[in-house]
Design a protein around this ligand. Structure first.
Ligand SMILES: C[C@@](CO)(OP(=O)(O)O)[C@H](O)COP(=O)(O)OP(=O)(O)OC[C@H]1O[C@@H](n2ccc(N)nc2=O)[C@H](O)[C@@H]1O
Ligand SMILES: Nc1ncnc2c1ncn2[C@@H]1O[C@H](COP(=O)(O)OP(=O)(O)O)[C@@H](O)[C@H]1O
Length: 287
């Protein structure tokens, strides 16, 4: 069995510029990986693609993004044999943390090795874009500016070291619904350039000051509990808080480790899924 790690991402910024003729939105966002990962196991088999997962929210057929990744590789390179993909899910589903996209990216990377295709990261990222807008970023990992519909990736410096508290209310959010309800006039637009500058200078305070997500204008209105979690996280002592992606997960950045227990325990009081993890933010070499 070949194992590949599939880390979650958070959005330090997410700006939506306009709606495109293909119905996607032109976006500009900065993403970074965090140390909360699914584990993908790949085992060659005679025929077909088989998904195994104990998580009842994860589809075990062609709707699964890891399945789609395997199908794409099989079709593109005319692979006749099959694969059993086992998904050990740790990333909450439909959370704004790109769990499914990261599983797809890990599957692309793992099959590249299993089937000895020798594809580069750039080639894998290009394939990934056919599966979903976030998959290209997940192929590279690390910290990056993503443009276009999310598939144009520019690497950025690793953010200053800190803790990340993640809290997910018990609702799942549909990314398509959130983009569908987005109104460019009422949204707050983050300052992407300032965030890039903060990362270049390794300035933790400036990173905190420039967190921003234009999709909050939609999700916070639909789900007031997301706003509540933001307020609680701030109250318990996080340095800065933001919703990740289309939500509903809220993350808080914390520099001082001694503050973690108060924030973690405070949130556990009314939120069932809370995690305290480190930022990764660095690219891992292709195995
Ligand atoms: C919002 C973000 C931020 O990282 O992530 P999540 O909240 O899903 O983690 C992404 O833009 C989500 O990327 P991803 O989840 O891969 O989206 P896709 O499967 O490609 O698209 C799902 C749907 O979202 C809408 N969509 C997605 C990306 C984009 N730039 N514009 C859009 O309008 C489209 O309606 C599309 O049909
Ligand atoms: N490998 C996978 N893991 C989780 N969800 C998946 C996977 N493949 C497909 N899905 C579907 O994709 C939807 C979005 O899941 P996910 O990628 O976790 O969320 P988000 O895009 O908000 O980060 C889910 O509702 C689920 O049905």
């Amino acid at each position: 069995m070949l194992y590949v790690k599939a880390p979650a991402k958070i959005n330090l910024t997410l700006d939506v510029l306009h709606k495109r003729p293909d119905n996607y939105h032109e976006i500009e966002m900065i993403m970074t990986t965090v140390d909360l990962s699914d584990r993908i196991g790949l085992m060659g088999t005679a025929k077909g693609i088989h998904i195994q997962s104990a998580d009842r929210f994860v589809p075990n057929d062609s709707r699964n993004l890891a399945y789609q990744a395997a199908q794409l590789i099989k079709d593109t390179f005319n692979i006749k044999t099959g694969v059993i993909i086992s998904l050990d899910k740790k990333i909450p589903v439909a959370a704004g943390l790109a769990g499914g996209s990261s599983d797809a990216a890990a599957t692309l990377k793992g099959l590249n090795k299993l089937w000895q295709l020798n594809l580069t990261l750039d080639e894998l990222a290009e394939l990934g874009a056919k599966i979903g807008s976030d998959v290209s970023f997940c192929v590279y990992g690390g910290t990056a500016l993503a443009k276009g519909r999310g598939e144009i990736i520019q690497q950025l410096p690793t953010p200053p070291n800190c803790w990340v508290i993640l809290a997910k209310p018990t609702i799942g959010v549909s990314t398509a619904d959130v983009y569908g309800a987005f109104d460019v006039r009422t949204a707050q637009h983050p300052n992407t350039e300032e965030m890039i500058q903060a990362l270049r200078e390794g300035d933790y305070e400036a990173m905190c000051d420039n967190l921003g997500n234009a999709l909050e204008s939609v999700t916070l209105k639909l789900y007031p509990e997301v706003e509540q979690i933001k307020e609680q996280m701030k109250k318990f002592g996080a340095d800065a808080v933001l919703m990740s992606g289309s939500g509903p997960t809220v993350f808080g950045l914390v520099h001082n480790e001694a503050r973690i227990p108060r924030i973690y325990n405070g949130l556990r009081g009314f939120c069932s899924e809370v995690y305290a993890v480190r930022l990764i933010g660095e690219r891992e070499p292709l195995a």
